[in-house]
Write a protein that binds this ligand. Structure first.
Ligand SMILES: Cc1ncc(COP(=O)(O)O)c(C=O)c1O
Length: 316
């Protein structure tokens, strides 16, 4: 395996590691600070950080309107950034992911900057050329051919773009992005299948497919995977869908849970709930394909962060 070159961001030379964004709210400043201290980019998910602060949760109990919740989240964001910077001790970079702060987006960006965040990222934030070259090279070296399918989950779209980019010119390789259909695409507000069910629109100043209640009003979304419940999607995916180069499918919360358990039990690999969507799609289609068909599944993250949640859901 060849070493990936360092990342140079804003005058900092970093390890080529960017910690994922939206699904990592559970650990907030501790993990982001530790990743930065190790010389890479740690990321704090900006949304719902109040859950980490008992006093803010108490305040939220008495007043649950959107403005109050956003204000409490911003107080939490300020505390989390400062705590992460302290742990980082001047090393690496501490970034804030603002992707899910859908309707209070500029306020969160302003808060993050005012509190000392050193970068703002959208989505899992995986750099485009990290997984791709190696996955393509390693697959070819091992199998003497390219995969027939490459699949990845799609929230904002960064991990999928990371792996798809290497294969875009390989027309024999089918690319499949997998979105969350949550409790069913027939239940508005209970899925986040933006490319499958949304329409062209605008969110966060970018033109892309969007799930909206009315023009400019993002719809409520849901997924068992906290990193996938986003009513927009990267413009590249919107373009790739329109030109027909990538096929977008969706899997339900239940299929995702089954895949999470199956991969954990059979391979000893605990996938992130986000990544388990791609595994679930592969499990759905594999029985319909010939034995010599290869599906390359991108695992965008580890499921340690989800283990407690899954155990609670399954009562184990
Ligand atoms: C592990 C993991 N995978 C995937 C995603 C989805 O983001 P994206 O579609 O930008 O890769 C997230 C978002 O937080 C994540 O944490």
């Amino acid at each position: 395996m060849t070493a990936s070159p360092s990342l140079a961001i804003r005058g900092h030379t970093l390890l080529p590691i960017v910690q994922g964004g939206m699904g990592v709210g559970v650990s907030a400043h501790r993990l982001a600070g530790a990743v930065a201290r190790a010389g890479a980019m740690g990321t704090i998910a900006s949304i719902d950080l109040r859950h980490h602060h008992a006093d803010l949760m108490e305040a939220a109990k008495h007043c649950r309107d959107k403005d109050t919740l956003n204000r409490l989240n911003q107080v939490a964001l300020d505390r989390e950034i400062k705590a992460a910077l302290e742990i980082a001790s001047g090393r690496g970079l501490v970034a804030v992911n603002v992707m899910k702060a859908v309707d209070a987006h500029p306020a969160y960006v302003r808060q993050a900057c005012a509190s000392g965040a050193q970068a703002i990222v959208m989505g899992a934030g995986l750099p485009l050329d990290l997984p791709l070259r190696e996955a393509r090279e390693q697959f070819q070296a091992r199998h003497g051919k390219l995969p027939d399918y490459v699949t990845a989950c799609v929230g904002g779209g960064s991990n999928a773009m990371g792996i798809f980019t290497a294969f875009l010119n390989d027309t024999s390789v089918k690319l499949v992005g997998v979105e969350p259909s949550g409790e069913g695409t027939d239940k508005p507000g209970r899925h986040a299948a933006t490319l499958s069910m949304g329409k062209p629109g605008e969110i966060h100043g970018m033109k892309c497919y969007v799930l909206e209640d009315a023009p400019g009003v993002p719809a409520a979304v849901h997924s068992i995977a906290s990193g996938l419940d986003y009513p927009g999607v990267g413009p590249q995916h919107s373009y790739l869908k329109d030109m027909g180069r990538v096929q977008y499918e969706s899997v339900t919360d239940k299929e995702c849970l089954d895949a999470f358990m199956q991969l954990s039990r059979v391979e000893g690999i605990i996938p992130a709930l986000e990544s388990a969507h791609a595994v679930a799609w592969a499990m759905r289609v594999a029985p319909t394909l010939s034995k010599d068909t290869h599906i390359l599944v991108n695992l965008s993250g580890r499921g340690d962060k989800d283990a407690d949640y899954v155990a609670k859901l399954l009562g184990i």
